[in-house]
Design a protein around this ligand. Structure first.
Ligand code: DQA
Length: 157
């Protein structure tokens, strides 16, 4: 079976996962992702290649998504950080590139009722699903969901 390539794309202030406000975002870093993927997928994880990209700039994230389209990547696990709630430009990009995307959040944005703006996402509409509240595990769950989506498994049935 051909190697499936997934982009783990992180937006503003997500360059220090594990160190940034661990009480909100968790203390595990992205280095624990391969281990979690193996836990979830067993030998299936061997056929997966993860590409990582983080930027604090909106346009750079859009450029990377356009490149993902050109590269024919199999999917994106994207945590757009605060741009989730504000960036129509990033949402417009997701809407046309034709690369399946899962929206990821380390924190459970829906439970952050003290900051209602965080409960809204402009990204979700163009994603196959959303994972929020599980820290780094969320990226592994997103890749698992993308694998199943690409294999034609209909989890919503
Ligand atoms: C976040 C939630 C956003 O509201 C916040 O701006 C982030 C991280 C999360 O992973 O929980 O930077 O996307």
């Amino acid at each position: 079976m051909k190697t499936r390539k997934y982009l783990v794309l992180n937006g503003p202030n997500l360059g220090h996962i594990g160190d940034r406000q661990p009480e909100i975002y968790g203390s595990q870093g992205l280095d624990s992702l391969p281990g979690l993927l193996t836990e979830l997928l067993g030998e299936g994880a061997e056929g997966i290649e993860l590409l990582f990209h983080q930027s604090n700039f909106e346009g750079n994230l859009i450029d990377r998504l356009e490149t993902a389209r050109r590269e024919g990547l199999d999917g994106v696990a994207m945590n757009a950080g605060a741009l989730t709630h504000t960036s129509l430009a990033l949402a417009d990009c997701l809407a046309w590139i034709g690369v399946p995307c899962v929206e990821v959040h380390l924190s459970n944005i829906f439970a952050r009722t003290d900051e209602p703006l965080r409960q809204k996402s402009l990204m979700g509409k163009s994603c196959i699903g959303v994972v929020a509240g599980f820290g780094i595990l969320g990226y592994a769950l997103a890749v698992l969901a993308l694998e199943r989506h690409n294999a034609g498994v209909q989890d919503k049935k």
